[in-house]
Write a protein that binds this ligand. Structure first.
Ligand code: DSN
Length: 414
């Protein structure tokens, strides 16, 4: 590269990723093929509109690649319609709200402090300024079961137009059928935000909300799904809804689609259909369970009491007297990257909460199995219990570097 300054930063980031262990559960490593598509000349092209209905000329290949991405997304997630243009998860969610709601209409979503996401109605977001968000919670944070009776009560009382299932810090399984039954009772549309677990659904190791009759699914494409940074909106079968969503994405919210990202999404969707990917997804779950086992052994409290998916939210403040921020910082020092996170009904503030959130998608891509994951969990706890002990931290850092060397980031998966 001619720009040495940026080149140096890219190389430094490459080195950081190679030498440390990535446990942020929303991150992953993409294949070289996804990177090639993402870095391709499609980035040069403007393609406002949809295949066959563009506003600019020169669309033979953009049309073809977007059609491929749409077809693969529909096949992968078993639905009739897909919009592959959302730039990421937040615009995908906003596009659905804007497609189906009038200002002031109500959405019923998971409480943010119980695992929901910012875009599900945090007061600081634009959707929360336009629409009315009401909440459901877990019945008991130590089991993770959603309080479906409360959900039904709130739905009946507030008549939401959308009932939203989905999360970014929840580790148990949702009963999608119950959501659908309640939505039908109150005449709401069902929307699942599966950003975190899209890859696990694609591989069939977690349940697909469409199988229980959900109307819409939104997702990012770069987490467990292992594609480029981006978003998608899927509609199970209702063409009227799908058309409204298309209009809402463009021209409602976005301008020109990022065709290079759409090309990379197409590549990632094909990768997610392979037997190798299914094996990967299964291992993601096994690895998370292995880490859960270690936390149980050390009596560390986990939200939901453990995990059914790829992530764990641990109450390190309650269990070890270390705040989430302290834990994130000290683990960073030894080459383990994860994020501090509020726990349910946290008494601490979001910028120094009680919890840490971590998961297995990225280390599983590197080839980690249960044994290595359990070992990493042991090392994490060792560091947290000895956060001021330089010698312990140095020895753990050495172990992490060794693991990172033994399991290099792969370039190809299929
Ligand atoms: N930032 C993503 C996550 O880490 O879960 C979701 O927005």
């Amino acid at each position: 590269m001619k720009d040495k300054l940026v080149e140096k930063l890219i190389k430094s980031e490459e080195k950081r990723q190679a030498e440390g262990l990535e446990l942020i559960p929303s991150e992953n490593y993409v294949s070289v093929d996804v990177l090639l598509a993402n870095g391709s000349v499609f980035t040069n092209k403007y393609s406002e509109g949809y295949p066959g209905r563009r506003y600019y000329g020169g669309q033979d290949f953009t049309d073809a690649v977007e059609r491929i991405a749409i077809g693969r997304a529909c096949k992968l997630f078993k639905c009739k319609f897909a919009n592959v243009q959302p730039h990421s998860g937040a615009p995908a969610n906003l596009a659905v709200y804007a497609a189906l709601l009038e200002p002031g209409d109500t959405v019923l979503g998971m409480d943010l402090s119980h695992g929901g996401h910012l875009t599900h109605g945090h007061p600081m977001t634009l959707p929360a300024k336009i629409y009315n968000f009401v909440r459901y919670k877990m019945k008991n944070p130590d089991t993770g079961e959603i309080d479906y009776e409360e959900l039904r009560r709130v739905a009946i009382a507030n008549k939401p137009k959308i009932i939203l299932a989905g999360f970014s810090a929840y580790s148990r399984t949702l009963d999608y059928k119950k959501f659908v039954d309640i939505a039908r009772e109150v005449g709401a549309i069902t929307m699942a935000d599966m950003a975190h677990i899209a890859g696990l659904i694609a591989a069939g190791v977690l349940r697909n909300p469409f199988d229980d009759g959900f109307d819409i699914i939104t997702s990012t494409t770069h987490k467990t799904l292992r594609g480029p940074r981006g978003g998608i909106i899927l509609t199970r079968e209702n063409e009227e809804i799908a058309k409204k969503i298309d209009k809402s994405v463009f021209p409602g919210i976005q301008g020109g689609p990022h065709m290079h990202t759409i090309a990379a999404k197409a590549v990632a969707f094909a990768e997610a259909m392979t037997p190798a990917y299914k094996k990967y997804a299964k291992q993601v779950l096994k690895n998370a369970r292995a880490m859960e086992g270690v936390l149980h052994k050390h009596n560390i409290r986990m939200m939901g009491g453990g995990t059914d998916n790829h992530l764990i939210l641990a109450d390190v403040f309650g269990s070890l007297g270390v705040t989430g921020k302290e834990a994130q910082t000290v683990l960073d020092e030894v080459g383990i990257t994860l994020n501090m996170n509020s726990i349910a009904d946290d008494v601490r503030k979001p910028l120094d909460p009680s919890g840490i959130r971590f998961g297995t998608p990225a280390i599983t891509t590197r080839g980690f199995k249960e044994k290595e994951c359990a070992y990493v969990a042991e090392l994490m706890i060792k560091v947290l219990k000895n956060k001021n002990d330089k010698k312990v931290k140095e020895s753990v850092h050495k172990e992490i570097k060794k693991l990172a060397k033994k399991f290099p980031i792969p370039k190809k998966f299929v």
